[in-house]
Design a protein around this ligand. Structure first.
Ligand code: GLC
Ligand code: CA
Length: 565
């Protein structure tokens, strides 16, 4: 147990792989991904260079929100296996040198959790105050399903649900609820897990009296009353104390978190988290893609990434991601179908060398793409269905469906494409959800065998990153900020610099280097154009500039570079 507070610093040099288990690998032939499948794929995850795994919720759940509606915090969903199988996975991951973190979802439970089943019976049972009950609702909107309040005739009151109706919000002001959370933390930490990713953690403390929201958009207008709420840091401090005993890492998910508010979670007296997930860069194609899709703008992406790099610098540690289970696939958003391989690599290089800890979401490493299902009835994600029924109601069916195609979380949740056999090698039974029909072209097996594939590119980048402290701890500077096609940044330490240049243009473009780099002697460490450039070659950066190929990514190393501002 107690390995001391600083032992958790391992996360700074870690690379995480995120597993949404239902779609990862089916090990017991029922069409649903599970922990038997994960067990067999641990060597694959390790082969990427990953040193840690984050599991999306593995707990029993009625699946109104695929695991984010938990009915038992201290068990494993029977679809995925059991506690014994989880322990096997955990032990094997540890043997392979990988840490494991769980998803902690404590803003809400399932309405089928025994606490809620008791609580809704009336005002005089021990669980009565575990949730937020009111005689009259306020004007808040839920994020997933209409108004944020649902009436329960049995109790004669309404309960709050910031997400789906089947996700009642816990009352964190009740000390008993906080004790329950600590028990859950200890349960998993005693078993040996290494930390938690904490779901919508900035929502758990609501303003006293739950006042009406103001403003034009009910969701945003009410958020001010529960985002970064009045007791948030107090409560998180209690949980931090438990994690401190075990040296467990804590990573907060905070929708709409600004860098400024993130710093409160990450530093100073109120520090309760080791990292926070930022959402700003998800706006590069508009965060609200459900109802307002905008073309991808590299400048927005660069600005958001740099903002977090700069604001957290030397104060806190960044988490880096391009994909997760909540966003459509990144190649479909920021990349190109024509230059699938090249753009998948450029996206990787654009974020894997930033300062912070990278997270790779299953399938991202092979450039999996969005699915386009023919009807909304084929989608299963509650927020996609809700968005379809809420936005663009005056538009025609094709337009409404197109919005779902570009925004649906289901695109991130199609079965992992392992090979070109039936069902992409995900299962030999009927898969629980649609396999993307491009699995014959895009799959792990094919990319294993190809030099320069997205998969092998990820491996190369991670290997380089892990082998050099400059890439982990070095300073970050962005160049050519106004260039709409090229993302250029350096990581520097002492006289050493890594120069990362990623083009997001779908054609060859000239790129004049900033003055400070002209004539600098470098070595080409990484390229996604191995046929056109020589990896390992000494390259004196030309005064005349470079021609960058479509979605070209270059990582150069200069040993005698001094940063000039
Ligand atoms: C987080 C999760 C998301 C879930 C929501 C409600 O945003 O990432 O998948 O639906 O919280 O728990
Ligand atoms: Ca299964």
């Amino acid at each position: 147990m107690s390995s001391g507070i600083d032992s958790r610093e391992w996360y700074k040099s870690a690379v995480f792989y995120q597993i949404w288990v239902r779609s990862f690998a089916d090990g017991n032939h029922d069409g649903i991904g599970d922990l038997y499948g994960v067990y067999d794929k641990l060597e694959y995850i390790k082969s990427l260079g990953a040193t840690a795994i984050w599991f999306n919720p593995l707990y029993p759940s009625p699946n109104a929100d695929f695991g984010y509606d938990i009915s038992d915090y201290c068990n494993i969903h029977p679809d995925f296996g059991d506690l014994e199988q989880f322990k096997k996975v955990l032990d094997k991951a540890h043997e392979l040198g990988m840490k494991v973190i769980m998803d902690l979802v404590i803003n809400h439970t399932s309405d089928e959790h025994p606490w809620f089943i008791e609580s809704k019976k009336g005002k005089d049972n021990p669980y009565s105050d575990y949730y937020l009950w009111r005689d009259e609702p306020n004007n808040w909107d839920s994020l997933f399903e209409g108004e944020a309040w649902e009436y329960v005739p049995e109790r004669g009151q309404y309960y709050l649900h910031l997400f789906a109706k089947k996700q009642p919000d816990l009352n964190m002001d009740n000390p008993k609820v906080r004790e329950e959370v600590k028990k859950i933390l200890r349960f998993w930490l005693d078993m040996g897990v290494d930390g938690f990713r904490e779901d919508v953690i900035n929502f758990i403390s609501k303003r006293e009296g739950l006042p009406n929201g103001i403003g034009f958009l009910p969701v945003i207008g009410s958020m001010m009353h529960y985002k970064d709420g009045p007791h948030i840091h107090e409560y998180l401090k209690e949980f931090r104390e438990v994690c401190d005993e075990y040296g467990a890492v804590q990573i907060g998910e905070g929708p709409m978190t600004t860098a400024r508010s993130a710093l409160k979670y990450l530093s100073g007296d109120t520090k309760s988290m080791d990292m926070m997930f930022s959402f700003d860069h998800m706006m590069a194609d508009c965060l609200f893609t459900e109802y307002m899709h905008r073309p991808f703008k590299l400048i927005k992406l660069k600005k958001a990434l740099s903002k977090w790099q700069d604001k957290l610098n030397d104060k806190a540690w960044n988490s880096l991601y391009m994909e997760n289970h909540d966003h459509p696939r990144v190649v479909s958003r920021y990349g190109s179908r024509k230059f699938h391989r090249e753009s998948g690599c450029a996206i990787a290089a654009a974020y894997l060398f930033l300062k912070g800890t990278p997270f790779i979401y299953q399938g991202q490493e092979i450039g999996m793409t969005n699915i386009k299902l023919r009807s909304i009835d084929h989608y299963v994600d509650i927020s996609s269905k809700n968005n379809y029924n809420k936005y663009n109601l005056n538009k025609d069916e094709a337009t409404r469906l197109k919005r779902i195609h570009v925004s649906s979380r289901d695109s991130a949740r199609t079965p992992m494409q392992w090979d070109d056999s039936e069902n992409a090698g995900f299962t030999d039974a009927k898969p629980w959800f649609y396999v993307n029909n491009n699995y014959k072209e895009i799959n792990v097996k094919k990319q294993e065998g190809e030099d320069g594939s997205i998969l092998n590119f990820y491996r190369e980048c991670i290997k380089l990153r892990q082998s050099n402290e400059t890439l982990i701890f070095g300073d970050y500077y962005e160049y050519e900020k106004a260039n709409p096609y090229v993302y250029m940044y350096t990581r520097t330490y002492g006289n050493e610099a890594f120069i990362i240049i990623c083009s997001f243009a779908g054609e060859s473009i000239p790129f004049i280097l900033p003055k400070a780099f002209r004539g600098v002697r470098t070595r080409l460490m990484i390229t996604n154009y191995a046929d056109k450039r020589n990896k390992g070659e000494i390259l004196t950066l030309p005064h005349s500039g470079l021609i960058l190929y479509p979605y070209e990514a270059l990582v150069l190393r200069a040993k005698t570079y001094t940063h000039k501002v």
